[in-house]
Design a protein around this ligand. Structure first.
Ligand SMILES: Cc1cc2nc3c(=O)[nH]c(=O)nc-3n(C[C@H](O)[C@H](O)[C@H](O)COP(=O)(O)O)c2cc1C
Length: 190
């Protein structure tokens, strides 16, 4: 396969791969660091590089699993609370080889949306690098994120923009559902 096809297929076939599909195989710290090195090559206006990461793996996953589940309990009315959902939240974290908190540090040197866009670029890099290495991942943005400030030791100008779940998996390659690109291009030729 040509290098061009390999690179383009990596973009085309990148998918959200959820913890239910993860197999029981660790991702070595060096590999996680390598993935984040690619995330770090993302562009940012005025090179503010607003992304930073908190990696949960090994026993660290236990604390995160408990925290996420407890936040669900705290944010849910007693009559709406589902033990199954509580257990699922924990299970999702514990089935992952690692969960990475995608964090942003706003510099306020450029508009905030530009810094959020840059973190989106960094996350896509992480996602593509993971796929290239046979690792699946998905970006989760639960309603409980806003209450993780203290747990993640974030300062006032910092924020968590999601949790990125990671794990080796054996899912078959598949195309994502998308509306045709023709519906999303406005050509201006004169
Ligand atoms: C900023 C962002 C937030 C997302 N949050 C969630 C989420 O909270 N839960 C979820 O199941 N998927 C989440 N996703 C994943 C999307 O559902 C997924 O990317 C989309 O369905 C397309 O599927 P694909 O990634 O396989 O192409 C998020 C994706 C992005 C970019």
């Amino acid at each position: 396969m040509s290098t061009e096809k390999i690179i383009l297929d990596n973009i085309k076939y990148r998918r959200s791969i959820f913890p239910a599909s993860y197999i029981d195989r660790d991702i070595p710290d060096e590999v996680i660091k390598e993935l984040l090195t690619y995330a770090n090559y993302a562009p940012s206006h005025k090179l503010t590089q607003p992304w930073f990461f908190t990696v949960f793996n090994g026993e660290g996953l236990l604390g995160l699993a408990d925290k996420m589940a407890e936040l669900y309990r705290l944010q849910t009315d007693e009559e709406q609370f589902l033990q199954k959902k509580y257990d699922n939240i924990r299970e999702k974290v514990l089935k992952s080889a690692a969960v990475i908190a995608i964090n942003i540090a706003y510099s306020d040197v450029v508009p905030r949306w530009e810094e959020i866009a840059a973190v989106g670029c960094a996350t896509q890099n992480l996602w593509l690098a993971a796929r290239a290495k046979g690792i699946g991942g998905y970006w989760s943005t639960p309603g409980t994120l806003g209450d993780m400030q203290e747990f993640l030791q974030l300062e006032a100008h910092e924020e968590c923009l999601g949790l990125f779940y990671l794990g080796y998996h054996e899912e078959k390659e598949r195309l994502g559902l998308r509306k045709p690109i023709e519906e999303k291009i406005r050509w201006v030729k004169r």
